[in-house]
Each structure stands twice: as structure tokens, then as C-alpha cells.
Design a protein around this ligand. Sequence first.
Ligand code: GDP
Length: 363
Amino acid sequence: RMKDALAARSEDDLRSPICCILGHVDVGKTLLLDKIRQTNVQAGEAGGITQQIGATYFPAEAIVKKTASLSDKGKMNIKVPGLLIIDTPGHESFTNLRSRGSSLCDIAILVVDIMHGLEPQTLESLRLLRDRKASFIVALNKVDRMYGWLPRPNGPFRASLKVQPQATQDEFAMRVARTITEFAEQGLNAELYYNNKKDVRKVVSLVPVSAVTGEGIPDLLGLLVGLTQKHMTNSLMYLSELACTVLEVKAIEGLGMTIDVVLSNGVLHEGDRIVLCGLDGAIVTTVRALLTPQPMRELRIKSAYVHHKSIKAAMGIKICAPDLEKAIAGSRLLVVGPDDDEESLMEEVMSDIATLHKMVKKS
Ligand code: GDP
């Protein structure tokens, strides 16, 4: 079946890239996510939080809008359906969660505080990204903290830099040079993304941003989409073979116990028979509802979830089903097909249990 699925792939049918955020504590990961989503999780006020499901989906239209200011040559040509960003910074999604042996995420944003440069946890993240041979870009955050910075909210970075006083521009150049040296000390070439004309997969792109003013966010989104759709089409070709991972197990008022999953390939349907890891052995149950949050701009409104008959990858989904009380975060989720033997799927899913236990202990 896997062979058929592979043969059916096409560059005209790409799935959304999945992205996660890493970095040292206090570099601004949470605020950056908030700014990208236009929510306010860091201040703890958004009504939208209650319906967060571990991953935010940006449809292509939203990305076109958010990157429109980057170029006067017209809209960005977007070939992927959208972008799925894992909401929890430093989530296990990159480190331990794997779907089909590879990382759940396709690309990472490593956030670095421009005022501090590379910090201990940044180095740890770098090691991890290298071990995984993962693609990543660097968000050089807090540019607004440089002396004399004149903010131009939500605009592209280079337009902001141009209007800064000379001393601020000099400080920026000095801090970037220092960061590039620090990357070199780690054996990595890095360049400001707009100067990165070499092989972008070998030279790390630095994207200056501010999570407070929103400057550089268009650049960040544009680069994420541009890089993934240009260089990762092979791994982004939609695959009908299911790949799905449980991010969180959560009780929700009115819904009971639910699981939030990332569907990285394939389709899920209401009524699907699913198999996942449980504390007392494999859980086999039936999908009662497939839910997603309200579309982007309505995240602030505390309203019901959107129900779906079926959902195609990639997407973050809340699943309602009976018997989820003992579900384990990090588990793979399998669907019982017409020719499948339920028992062997139960064995297959539980074969990951040793790794999952390690994760549970750690956290
Ligand atoms: P995290 O630990 O990486 O998730 O960092 P937070 O998002 O919680 O941010 C840590 C602190 O830095 C908070 O006080 C933020 O308000 C502040 N901060 C984050 N990003 C920026 C930025 O771009 N500019 C400025 N001036 N402050 C920021």
C-alpha cells in the first residue's frame, strides 16, 4: 500500500509544511508566535486560547496577505496549501516525536535574541537540529531593542532598517557580524537571509524580526514558504498513506477527553476506527468528531469549533472519541483500514511505547 501511495505522489499536490519554534528561554518564542498568529497568549488574555489545538494553520491566502508588503512586483507565488505551525515552543515535536521515522516538523525557526547572541540552549537546539539533519532558519529577534530604533509596525525588515539613524544601523551591522561569528564558531555559515545567495541549505539564513513591533514577520513567513516549496517538494508531496501523531491529551468542557493531533499525511474521516498508545495498552476507538479552531482572524472569538466530515493533511486537529482517558501524548495514531488486522496495528502502535515512557518521565 505504501508503494502505491508513493507512486501516486505529485508535485502538483503538495501538503502544507509543518514548522516548529525552538530557542533559549526568554528569546521571545511565545511572543513571536502570538505576533504571527495575531493572538495574545503571552499576556494570557486571548479567548482563543481555549480552542487552541497545538498547531495553527495559515492558509495560503493569509500568507499572501501577510507577505504582500515584501515586494511591489506582485503577490508571492504560493504552491503549498498553507503553513502549519506547532504552537508550543520547544515542543517534543522536533526532538522526540517522529512520524514514520522522521521528525514531525519539516522546518524549524530557531529564535535568537539579537542583544544576546547564541546562548546555552541555542547551542543545544543547534546540536539537535544537526543530529536530525533538519532544515531551519534563524529569527534574530528583538531588533526593536537596539538603541534609537524607530519602529514601523508589521513591515518588511529592510524598509525598517533603511529609516533607522546611522548609529542604529551601525549597531545592527555590528550585532549581525557578531552573531555570524558565533555561528562560525559552531561550524556553521550564516548570512542575513537577503544576502544569502549561496546554497540556502548550507548557509543558515538570519531573519531580523521584532515580536513586539511585528517588523520582519512578513520576511519570516515569506522565507519559510519560499524555502520549503522550493527545496523540500520531495518530502512535501502529499501522501495518501496516513501519518498522524498525538500532541496532547486534554479534557474539554462539553466534549470530554479529547486528543490534539498533527495529521502530517493522509486523510482522517469522522467514523474512522483509530488505534493509539494507552497507559494500559493500545486503545482502539472510533472518531466521533473532527474539530479545528475557527479560521485565523476569528481566533479571538470564543466560539465553537468547526466540525469536519474529513480532513486532509497537513493539519492540526482535535479528535473527540470514547475511551481516550488513558491516551499517551507522543503516540502515533493509525487508522484501521478494510484489509487491516486490528491486533497487528495495536502491536505496531505499542512498539513505540519505550520511547514514549522516556519522554513522559523527562517532562
Ligand atoms: P520565550 O521564553 O522564548 O517564549 O520568550 P517570551 O515570548 O516569553 O518573551 C520573553 C520576554 O521578552 C518577554 O518579556 C517579552 O515581552 C520580551 N520580548 C519578546 N520578544 C521581544 C521583542 O521582539 N522585543 C522586545 N523589546 N521584547 C521582546
